[in-house]
Every structure is written in C-alpha cells, then in structure tokens.
Design a protein around this ligand. Structure first.
Ligand code: NAI
Length: 336
C-alpha cells in the first residue's frame, strides 16, 4: 500500500523502514504534522500514518478522503487526536497500536518518581559544576509512601507491578479491576479515598470528555498536602494553570509530567534558540520540584519495533481484507 507518514522523526524512519522489509509497503516520510494545511501532502495515498500531536480533525479528514485515503493508522495507543466520527462519516477506517510495550511507559513513570523523589536531576547538574554539596538533595523512600494509581489497564497494571517491588502501599481506582494485579493493590470504589490518602498519584487513563482536567482547581484541595502528581498519560488530564497555583501554594509538593496539554506547539522539536511564548509552561520550568520530559515515555527500542510492526500489519490487513483487527469505531471517542 502507498502510505504517507506524517510527523516522522529519524527513529520512525529507521524502525518503520526496517519492519517494512516484511510488508513491502511504499512509504513516504513527511516531517510536518498532519493538519488541515498539510493534508494535501497525502493526495493519492491510500494509507496515512499519524502520531499523537497530528491534528486529525474533520477538515483534515475530509481532505484525506477526497485525496483517496481509505485508512489512517496512528502509531500510538491513545487516539484522542483523531475525530473518529468524522472518519466514520467519510468512510475512512482508523486503527491504532493497542499495546506495544506498556512496560516502556511504566518504567519511565517509575524513573520520574525516583528522579524527582531523590533529586537526581539536581544532583546531575551540581556534580557537573564540581558542586558535591548534599544540602537540599534529601529525598524520600517509595516504600514509605501510599501510591494511588488511576487507571489500571495495560500501563497502570505494569506500573503497579513495577512499583510493588519497592514495597509501598498501593491504591487503585478503575471500574475495571484488573485480575493481573488484584493481589498487589487495594481497589477503592471512591476516587476521593485515593485522593485523600495517596502521597503519590499517577495517572494512566485515556483522555476523554470525562477525564479532561480531572485534576483541576476544584479537585486539588481534596488531595493530600504535598502530593506528588505524575502524568505520563495525556496532558489535558491536568488543568495545568490550576496545578501551577497548587505548586506555588505548596499544596502540590512535586509534579512529574511527560505530557502537556499544549504540547502540540512545543514537543518533538528543537526550540532551544526560540522564545517560548507559553507562560504557564515557562513557569513550570522555573520550579525546582517539577520535572518535565517531552513525551518520551514510550521511546524504547522494543516499543518502536512493536509500533512499527503493528502499524504496518494494520495497513497490510486492511489491504488484503478491507478490515482491521485494531480498528476503532466512533463510540471509542467516549470509551477507550
Ligand atoms: P488501557 O486502555 O489499557 O487502560 C486504560 C484504563 O483506564 C482502563 O482500565 C479504563 O477502565 C481506565 N479508565 C478510563 N477512564 C477512567 C476513569 N475516568 N477513571 C478511572 N479509570 C478509567 O490504556 P493504556 O495502554 O494503559 O494507556 C493509558 C494511556 O496512556 C493512553 O490512553 C495514553 O493516553 C497514554 N500513553 C502515553 C504514552 C507516553 O509516551 N507518554 C505512551 C502510551 C500511552
């Protein structure tokens, strides 16, 4: 199949080209994101491949349909960037990679907790300036903490398994009680119990209308004083402006985030010689108890290989049968 690949980076080119030896698709790599202004690049391509910050909106989808696109595959598990109703209306199939390496995101989540909790990021900078002073580097031990995991699907379950080795008390909130981790975690029926008792809260839920800004100015006062919030899921789960206020007041003690609600204009590019105009984001970067990474939790060799194979297999299955096992339907907009 002829496939136009948007928002492609060097690592995408490498992993998709290597995997494609098995599938024989005709791949065209484009660096720009898919938006309504770049959709024309896919004219004549039956397949379109996107990533998390492409703007797969109604306008872009209609243009793709006019240009002959029949299937859009996202190289991700999350799919909140795609207007599934518009795709269905235009007769375009949308598919994703439901799981590639939940452990990649899980290990990164644990890494963020350890880095911020033990101030490894600050130690790194000090030592490089020959400053071996330890004052200000005191940390905490995970085993002394209560950790609340919101969402215990593939990634949340991996987080529970990985963290359980450290010996903390683990609380979980999800209507789905994952049998793989039931013996490791206490499921709470009321999210307020988790909010009240957790020293560390880590989010592993999809972004939906229901979960948008789940941490906001109204919910933050119910959290434990000094709470440590970790978000490796989707940026808009946090009302970032409210979280900045929480950090300034001391209500929130630590914030580690790999995703940001306005990341589309920032992440996945080198802006080191540019002025960042996003004041909320810039304020976050000034705080010593905040650790931000640029949506890299998925980025491991195993995950890239898994993403490449499942994505190319999605296109191949559709080409041969007109169907795709990993296809999404419009109702997934609300559920996932
Ligand atoms: P999953 O679909 O396996 O699990 C999600 C879980 O969240 C399900 O068990 C569901 O019942 C639960 N859930 C949904 N709404 C909820 C709510 N309001 N309260 C409590 N639980 C709720 O998804 P998976 O694979 O674990 O991924 C989770 C999210 O992680 C993805 O949606 C994606 O946004 C994000 N992600 C981030 C990556 C990164 O690089 N930072 C990479 C991959 C995924």
């Amino acid at each position: 199949m002829k496939i136009a690949i948007f928002a492609s980076k060097g690592y995408d080119r490498e992993s998709l080209s290597a995997a494609n030896i098995q599938y024989g698709h005709e791949l065209m790599f484009y660096e720009p994101r898919l938006t309504k202004n770049t959709a024309a690049l896919a004219n004549g391509y039956e397949g379109v491949c996107v990533f998390v910050n492409d703007e797969v909106c109604r306008d872009a989808i209609c243009q793709l349909a006019e240009g002959g696109t029949k299937i859009i595959c996202t190289r991700s598990a999350g799919f909140n960037q795609i207007d599934l109703e518009a795709a269905e209306a235009c007769g375009i199939v949308v598919a994703r990679v439901p799981a590639y390496s939940p452990n990649a995101v899980s290990e990164f989540t644990v890494g963020l907790i350890l880095t911020l909790g033990r101030k490894i990021h600050r130690a790194f900078n000090r030592v490089r300036e020959n400053n071996f002073e330890l004052d200000g580097l005191q940390g905490f031990e995970i085993r002394d903490k209560t950790i609340g995991v919101i969402g215990t699907g593939r990634i949340g379950a991996a987080v529970v398994k990985n963290l359980s080795g450290f010996g903390p008390r683990l609380l979980a909130f999800d209507s789905y009680h994952n049998p793989e981790i039931k013996h490791l975690v206490e499921y709470v029926a009321d999210i307020n119990v988790l909010a009240r008792e957790a020293d560390i809260i880590t989010l592993h839920i999809p972004l939906t209308p229901e979960t948008f800004h789940i941490i906001n100015a109204e919910t933050i006062p119910f959290l434990k004083d000094g709470v440590f919030i970790v978000n490796t899921s989707r940026g808009a789960l946090l009302d970032t402006a409210a979280v900045v206020e929480g950090l300034k007041s001391g209500k929130i003690g630590f914030l580690a985030m790999d995703v940001y609600e306005e990341e589309g204009d920032l992440f996945f590019q080198d802006l080191s010689s540019k002025v960042i105009r996003d004041d909320v984001f810039s304020r976050l970067l000034t705080l010593p108890n905040v650790l931000v990474t640029g949506h890299q939790a998925f980025l491991t060799d195993r995950a890239l290989d898994g993403i490449a194979h499942t994505t190319l297999a999605n296109f191949a299955e559709f080409e041969s049968s007109g169907q795709c096992t990993n296809a999404l339907t419009a109702k997934d907009t609300r559920g996932n």
